[in-house]
Write a protein that binds this ligand. Structure first.
Ligand SMILES: [Zn+2]
Length: 148
């Protein structure tokens, strides 16, 4: 499935107004090559109802065990939480924590992949993924942060 509007707009706004590190690549161990940090499509390991396959999720690669990347990721998560009511995302996951559509935080367990220690995952329900009326709100919030 093609990426939804929420995903394509989200990626382009993060690329332009987010921290500069989002425009860099990282060495992906499994793929054995440099990959972009902003990813919409799912890798080959995903299938079926996966929100990436359905084009309604973004992964933002920022390693939680690297301090400057984790700080950056925590700030991005805070931006998503701040603009939550406008963005109408379904879930955000990062570094052993997850937030539901209401902004309530829960611990994220499971294996390392499930814990999301390498990337922020943000997804929209299909019903809210076809529009992105929150573009300016996200831009304004990203611009208001000091990305160092
Ligand atoms: Zn994901």
């Amino acid at each position: 499935m093609p990426a939804t509007l929420a995903v394509t707009k989200g990626i382009s706004i993060l690329r332009e107004y987010g921290p500069p590190i989002l425009n860099t690549t990282y060495k992906d161990v499994a793929a054995k090559k440099q990959l972009p940090r902003l990813q919409g499509p799912a890798g080959s390991h995903k299938s079926g109802n996966d929100p990436h396959i359905q084009g309604r999720a973004i992964d933002i690669i920022l390693f939680a065990n690297i301090e400057n990347e984790r700080k950056c990721a925590d700030e991005i998560v805070d931006v998503f939480l701040t603009v939550r009511e406008k963005m109408k995302w379904l879930a955000v996951v990062y570094n052993k924590r997850q937030w539901n559509w209401a902004g309530t935080e829960f611990p994220r367990g499971g294996d390392l992949i499930s814990q999301h220690v390498t990337h922020i995952h943000i997804e929209w329900a299909m019903a809210f993924s076809a529009t992105a009326a929150w573009e300016q709100d996200l831009i304004d919030e990203l611009k208001s942060r000091n990305w160092g």
